[in-house]
Design a protein around this ligand. Sequence first.
Ligand code: HEC
Ligand code: HEC
Ligand code: HEC
Length: 86
Amino acid sequence: MKKTLVAMLAVVAFAGTAFAADVIEMKKGVKFNHKAHQELLKDCKKCHEKGAGKIEGFGKDWSHKNCKGCHVDMKKGPTSCKECHK
Ligand code: HEC
Ligand code: HEC
Ligand code: HEC
């Protein structure tokens, strides 16, 4: 009985994540590989301070501060306009 419940919960959890797109298409040709970032960074809070879902105030300023900021800090990932805006 317990095993069935665990298996059922696993299926529900998987179905939940399947709704989110792996790559999110953003403005000005930015393709954000959400899945790769999730796997790479592990911690959702790096970007979702208030929990998973839409990010309050997301847009140009947020992105240039947080996306680019992290790439600069980690010395990994694109930091020039053309690398993000294809
Ligand atoms: C590197 C930054 C980053 C990380 C780490 C991250 N996300 Fe996201 N996530 C985003 C961005 C950016 C959006 C789009 C936000 C918007 O449009 O408001 C987003 C959107 C979402 C959405 C909305 C559905 C969708 O696909 O548009 C969900 C749900 C979500 N993230 C869950 C998670 C979970 C769960 C984790 C941790 C396993 C996670 N995210 C890790 C940046 C990130
Ligand atoms: C907390 C750190 C962090 C944040 C926040 C973050 N990234 Fe990254 N990103 C990385 C790292 C580290 C890499 C390098 C991965 C590698 O080289 O293996 C990377 C790689 C990339 C790449 C090149 C590889 C690919 O996935 O196509 C793009 C494009 C990118 N990031 C876009 C974004 C955008 C857009 C955002 C904001 C919505 C963002 N990143 C936020 C850490 C971050
Ligand atoms: C790390 C990736 C990254 C880098 C580097 C970057 N941007 Fe962006 N930029 C983004 C993201 C993500 C958005 C927000 C997209 C959205 O709101 O859907 C954005 C938004 C914008 C917008 C607003 C687009 C609109 O229609 O609202 C402009 C203009 C812009 N960037 C120009 C630039 C210029 C110029 C540079 C170089 C100085 C640059 N960006 C560097 C990721 C980046």
